[in-house]
Design a protein. Structure first.
Lengths: 255, 291
């Protein structure tokens, strides 16, 4: 079993503090949903943990199985077992989707996967995600629709098989059918060797991926943690009640 | 594949019946379709004579390789002419190690001749001038060139396309990649003379540096003396986008592997054209030594 531990994390971007002390303890087998209004720092948490150069860690720690993540380069974090499904994955011309994923599997597993073994794994996951098999030979994300990109992120997740995944709004912009496919494919991965942090501001994805814990993030902090009962409360009342109940002030959209 | 070695201005191989060599001119016969490419290797340090003529209605792919290992001056002048209704793919790979090389290559295309010109430049210090004259109606050239410079390499690639007839088409996409203190200058000049209506001229020049000490200069220039034309040009220079590198690295690739992958991606269209396996492997190897 693996553990991802985040303590008192403060993050700045261009001198402005976005995260103001985030604590999170995630074990494999668990799903932690992080919800909250737009602009409260959810995506910053995701990018900072993965090591995006734009984000500066000013205080706090993050450990994956005791390894200090902030001592590691981006690629070393990936090899340590961390995965980030991105909200806006980049396009890379001239690099085919399947070649890229094979390189990624080799890099993260630390050994060469055989061509045949890789092809079997890749094709099976393409089928699971109901993706167009032709995408394998297209250039990475180039000309992919929004939905294809999100599925392609989940495809990478399933092919690479990390210990922990942070899913940054993989549900945004998906139609009901795609949401179901994506949700089920993430959900079926949860086991003793895999846990995830699911960032969303919609509730629908949580019908397909049942969270173990729900955290509400407001103004750079997790202000409330609980179980699935929070989802319904947010669904019915937005986030205004959090303000009243906890006596905190925040800007942002209430619903 | 037919292999033609040029050494001391002579060719010792026996040529296929549809190719002849006389007075420094290699003539490829008319009405032929070559299934296999013709590879010409220039072994000479100086070569200012070679002419290649493709006779009418012939379809052929030519690979010209410059691979001289001498460190001092290199001089090359080549002429290529395509007659009516020919269809030619022409690949030039330049990997000379000279510290002072000059290459001039002139191309002329007659009516309805189509030339796909691909250049790969991994030389040390070279000025390469590629000049294409579109002499008659329907002549068409599509050019793609890549130059890769690393430590102490300086490569300048000047491409001129001149529209000397109406209804001609010229398109160039040239890419420079420089690492360490390598330098690249890409000049693209396309000229449409007066009266050459319905000519099309397009230019894309791109520069990628992987190091602050590397230098790339790109100059896309259109000279148009006629109203009834279509033309466009664009140029970009920069480092590989941070978001792209972050994305690739987040999947476990090191910074170096990520840069390599992106750069090889840019070069793929040129690499795909090198059908000769050993040449392709050597080109890819040389490129990867430089990035």
């Amino acid at each position: 079993m693996a553990v991802l531990e985040i303590k008192n994390l403060h993050v700045e971007i261009e001198g402005k503090e976005i995260l103001k002390g985030v604590n999170l303890h995630v074990k494999s087998g668990e799903v932690h949903a992080i919800m909250g209004p737009n602009g409260t720092g959810k995506s910053t948490l995701a990018s900072a943990l993965m090591g995006h150069p734009k984000y500066e860690i000013t205080q706090g720690e993050a450990h994956l199985d005791g390894v200090d993540l902030f001592e590691l380069e981006v690629d070393e974090r990936a090899r340590a077992g961390l995965f980030l499904a991105m909200q806006y994955p980049a396009e890379v011309a001239g690099v085919t989707n399947s070649d890229f994923m094979r390189s990624a599997v080799n890099a993260t597993s630390g050994k060469e996967i055989g061509l045949f073994e890789f092809a079997m794994r890749y094709e099976k996951e393409v089928e699971n995600l109901k993706m167009n098999p032709g995408l394998a030979h297209r250039y990475l994300n180039e000309g992919f629709s929004g939905g294809e990109r999100k599925r392609n992120e989940v495809l990478q997740l399933r092919v690479i098989r990390p210990k922990f995944a942070i899913l940054d709004e993989i549900d945004s912009g998906l139609d009901v059918d795609a949401l179901k496919v994506v949700g089920e494919n993430v959900s079926s991965m949860i086991n003793d060797d895999f846990g995830c942090i699911l960032i969303t501001h919609y509730q629908r994805i949580l019908d397909h991926i049942k969270p173990t814990f729900v955290h509400i993030m407001i103004d750079g902090k997790i202000v409330l943690s609980g179980g699935q009962e929070l989802i319904e409360k947010i669904d019915q009342n937005g986030y205004e009640w959090v303000k009243d109940e906890l006596g905190i002030e925040f800007e942002g959209n209430g619903k | 594949m037919s292999l033609i070695n040029v050494k001391n201005n002579t060719i010792s191989e026996k040529l296929p019946s549809n190719i002849t060599f006389a007075d420094n001119q290699l003539t490829i016969a008319k009405n032929q379709v070559f299934d296999e490419p013709i590879k010409i290797v220039i072994h000479d340090q100086k070569h200012e004579e070679l002419k290649i003529l493709v006779k009418e209605n012939t379809q052929v792919k030519i690979m010209l390789e410059l691979a001289n290992g001498a460190k001092d001056n290199n001089n090359y002048i080549f002429h290529f002419a395509a007659e009516q209704n020919t269809n030619v793919k022409y690949l030039l790979v330049s990997e000379v190690q000279s510290e002072n090389a000059l290459l001039e290559h002139y191309f002329s295309l007659k009516r309805d001749a189509k030339l796909e010109l691909v250049g790969g430049f991994v030389s040390n210090k070279m000025v390469a001038k590629m000049s294409v004259d579109l002499l008659e109606e329907g002549a068409e050239v599509k050019m793609r060139a890549v130059a890769i410079s690393s430590e102490n390499h300086v490569q300048k690639v000047d491409v001129f396309i001149t529209h000397k007839a109406p209804y001609t088409y010229g398109d160039m996409t040239n890419i420079g990649i420089a690492s360490k203190n390598g330098q690249i200058i890409l000049n693209g000049v396309e000229k449409i003379e007066a009266g050459m209506k319905q000519a099309n001229a397009f230019q894309t020049l791109k520069g990628i540096i992987t190091d602050d000490a590397a230098k790339i200069e790109v100059n896309p220039i259109l000279l148009i003396d006629e109203y009834d034309v279509k033309a466009g040009h664009g140029a970009t220079i920069g480092k590989i986008e941070e978001s792209v590198l972050f994305y690739l690295r987040s999947r476990g690739l090191t910074l170096e592997e990520a840069e390599r992958l992106v750069i090889n991606g840019f070069l793929q269209p040129v690499i795909d054209e090198i059908e000769d396996e050993p040449l392709r492997e050597r080109f890819v190897h040389l490129v990867n030594l430089r990035i």
